[in-house]
Design a protein around this ligand. Structure first.
Ligand code: ADP
Length: 563
């Protein structure tokens, strides 16, 4: 039985299978042969193709860098292809005949079994990530399980160790960059806090000096010191605001408010300046902005104040600043409040626009030095707006004017009455004799000499006498012995700090029902919250200004008389 190729007379090739039978007589002598010859060209060719395709498959599998296993349905390894032996350097011995679930590390057994069985049941690829090795050197594999046929399962595993190391490196790099940025922001926040403490003394004394008899020259000098002090304070406040946002330490404080009313109030602040400059300042509203909304109105006001302030600042005589407020519903109670501030001022060169929201950036034009500012306003505005789910966009044409637009997400208010943050308090310039109008028994708890001096002067100016405690413990003892109406309590004090003292005082029953106002140079929202949590009624940020202190004491004295 043999096969061979045969050339037919017409030149074509055929494959023949020949079956030959030799015939012998009864004496064993050969006397002839019988042959059957079949043309098996078609079968031969298809068989040849099968062999080639199998070779190709073997070739393919041989070159796959991955690890391929076939299993019985219960996970016993039947066949294995390991692209590169170094892939499995952490696994020893042969796999054939072993159960997959005994091969994988114990803590990953359950997960592997789950994926394997799920792939069997659902006939869908299931992927698990396995790590093999010890804690010094691990190999990571991404393993995909899928059914091969009714009785077999297959897995293809890819070594993803280097990918993992790369990812880990990226995450670490990101974390450390993040940390560096946070550290920087915290440094800035702490620094501005440290600057605020001496500023407290400085500005406090300026306020006090302002209340004394001065001749006109002295008054003029004082005015200059006061303005410089105030602008220094506002720059520090900006730096602090910006670094607080960067350090992720800013929170939204939601209030119910009427957007149109708030915009009016903010714009009003600039009417005087606009009039002096000969700039027309106008506002327009879409009626829906009269509806009550919930959102952080103080931060929205801060943005409006900044953008309208800039528009007036950079627009000269006969120019126009137009502010428009619109409301658009996104879905249900959720709305977009959009504000557009358009001015016909100096404009901004196109190439400068993208950099305007960088901190401390100011356009380097010949005129820029004649405008005051820190270059932080827009950087803060952008961050604040983004924090509220919106965006700030700027378009401008040099010499023609600029358009600043911002949007924020607001929820429609459910409460009936607007609870506005402190606004429109009338400002009193002289507080002389206040103590007879608003009497109060005051305890001051303060350990720092400079602050004590300042507070003594301020309270003296307002006409109040007070008892003094030099730490929290002393404050608690004072309250035990004597009744007070108001305690002005420094938060950072030795022995017992202001917060601990407030907690102790609240335990003292009737005597402990005193108004406690915390005093601190800590400016983070969480510090304020901590004070309230400790039982304080209110909180004053240093630098403490005479006006603010007087208003606080007046407010609590009024509450006392209405009790
Ligand atoms: P500041 O006004 O305190 O310098 P901002 O961040 O608010 O800081 O503004 C940054 C810079 O952007 C300004 O110094 C000014 O050059 C430019 N700018 C802002 N608003 C306008 C405007 N309405 N028209 C022209 N230039 C503007």
């Amino acid at each position: 039985d043999l096969e061979y190729d045969f050339k037919k007379p017409d030149g074509s090739n055929v494959r023949l299978r020949v079956f030959e039978k030799l015939v012998y007589d009864e004496l064993g002598r050969f006397n002839g042969g019988l042959g059957i010859c079949t043309d098996i060209t078609a079968q031969f060719e298809s068989k040849q193709e099968l062999i080639e395709s199998e070779e190709r498959l073997q070739n393919l599998i041989g070159n796959i860098p991955d690890i391929i296993f076939t299993y019985s349905n219960d996970g016993v390894v039947l066949d294995a292809h390991i692209g590169d032996q170094k892939f499995l350097k952490n696994v020893s011995g042969s796999f054939l005949g072993q159960s997959l679930f005994d091969l994988v590390p114990a803590q990953q057994k359950e997960q592997t079994q789950f994926s394997f069985n799920l792939a069997r049941k659902t006939e869908q690829i299931q992927t698990v990530d396995l790590s093999i090795g010890d804690r010094y050197e691990s190999q990571y594999f991404e393993v995909r399980f899928f059914p091969l046929d009714a009785n077999h399962m297959m897995s293809i595993a890819k070594d993803i160790t280097s990918q993992r190391i790369w990812e880990k490196g990226l995450v670490e790099a990101m974390n450390s960059a993040d940390q560096a940025s946070r550290a920087k922001s915290e440094f800035l926040a702490n620094m501005s806090h440290e600057i605020r403490t001496p500023m407290n003394g400085l500005l406090g004394i300026i306020d006090l000096l302002d209340q004394t008899q001065l001749d006109s020259e002295q008054q003029q000098y004082l005015e200059i010191i006061k303005n410089s002090g105030n602008s220094l304070l506002s720059i520090i406040k900006d730096i602090l605001d910006y670094s607080k946002i960067e350090a992720g330490k800013i929170e939204l404080n939601t209030h119910v408010f009427c957007p149109a009313d708030e915009l009016n109030k903010q714009v009003q602040i600039f009417y005087g300046l606009a009039q002096k400059k000969g700039v027309i300042l106008e506002t327009s509203f879409d009626p829906r902005t009269q509806e009550l909304m919930e959102g952080d109105v103080e931060k929205i006001n801060q943005v409006i104040l900044n953008l309208v302030g800039n528009a007036v600042k950079f627009t000269s005589k006969d120019g126009i600043v137009a502010v428009r407020l619109e409301m658009e519903t996104i879905s249900g109670d959720i709305n977009f409040l959009r504000c557009t501030i358009r001015d016909s001022g100096i404009g901004i060169p196109a190439e400068e626009i993208p950099r305007l929201t960088d901190p401390f950036y100011q356009v380097e034009s010949s005129s820029s030095r004649s405008y005051q500012g820190s270059g932080l306003g827009l950087a803060i505005a952008k961050k604040v707006v983004e924090l509220m789910g919106g965006e700030l966009t700027i378009s401008s044409e040099l010499g023609k004017g600029s358009v600043f637009k911002f949007s924020v997400i607001l929820k429609k208010a459910t409460e009936k009455d607007p609870i506005l943050p402190s606004s429109e308090k009338h400002i009193r310039t002289s507080w002389n004799g206040m103590s007879t109008e608003f009497p109060a028994r005051i305890l001051l708890a303060e350990d720092n000499d400079l602050n004590l001096q300042l507070m003594t002067l301020m309270l003296g100016q307002l006409g109040y006498e007070f008892e003094l405690a030099r730490n929290g413990q002393e404050a608690v003892e004072h309250v035990r012995r004597q009744e007070f109406d108001i305690i002005l309590m420094d938060v950072q004090m030795p022995v017992l700090n202001g917060l601990q003292a407030a907690i102790e005082i609240r335990k003292l029953g009737k005597k402990g029902e005193v108004f406690i106002i915390g005093l601190s140079a800590n400016v983070f929202d969480e510090d304020h919250k901590k004070a309230l949590d400790a039982g304080m009624d209110s909180y004053l940020n240093k630098p403490i200004r005479l006006n603010t202190l007087a208003e606080k004491i007046r407010d609590y004295s009024l509450k006392l008389s209405s009790k």
